[in-house]
Ligand binder design. Structure first.
Ligand SMILES: [Zn+2]
Length: 167
């Protein structure tokens, strides 16, 4: 019986998102620890890539994302490495259905929603559809704040952090 190589990498047309279905199709939920990655393309051009580790070891189920995020305006690169928990529910026909637990914390509140798809789009972290709608809105708002802060002589970056109450 052939074994899959330890590390696999696929190219997908999907729009910077990761789905439980994809991981399921490639047998990531096999009760062990598996490593893989994805490249995203749009019209034949590479638009991004990530690496990830999936653990479905009982009592320690997670997906760990590893990638570099580039800030669109400053070009600054950030190395990211963080986990999202995985959850599973029993299937009617046997086996288990897996879910991502959305890892985002917005305005000090952990989302913790179950999701079949996590989106990265042009953001920094993966999040569920619900959070992405929120972040999208707050990003637009933060530009309004940028303008207000500049007007008041405050560095917009610091200003936004103050607003969100981050340390
Ligand atoms: Zn969320």
């Amino acid at each position: 019986m052939g074994r899959r190589p330890y590390s696999d990498r696929w190219t997908t047309e999907e729009c910077k998102s990761i789905t439980v279905k994809f991981l399921n199709n490639y047998n990531y939920f096999d009760g062990g620890i598996r490593q893989g990655g994805m490249n995203w393309t749009s019209k034949g051009e590479k638009i991004g890539n990530i690496g990830f580790i999936v653990s479905t070891v009982e009592g320690d189920e997670y997906i760990r994302f590893q990638y570099t995020q580039t800030n669109h305006s400053s070009g600054e690169k950030t190395q990211l490495d963080y986990k999202a928990q995985l959850d599973s529910t029993p299937c009617y026909f046997g086996g288990r259905r897996w879910w991502f637990i959305c890892p985002l914390v917005i305005n000090g509140r952990a989302c913790n929603r179950r999701a079949g798809i996590l989106y990265l789009k042009n953001g920094k972290y993966f999040g569920c559809r619900h959070c992405y709608n929120l972040t999208y809105t707050s990003q637009k708002e933060s530009h309004i704040f940028d303008w207000l802060f500049r007007k008041a002589g405050i560095d917009p970056k610091e200003g936004v952090q103050m607003l969100k109450g981050r340390r």
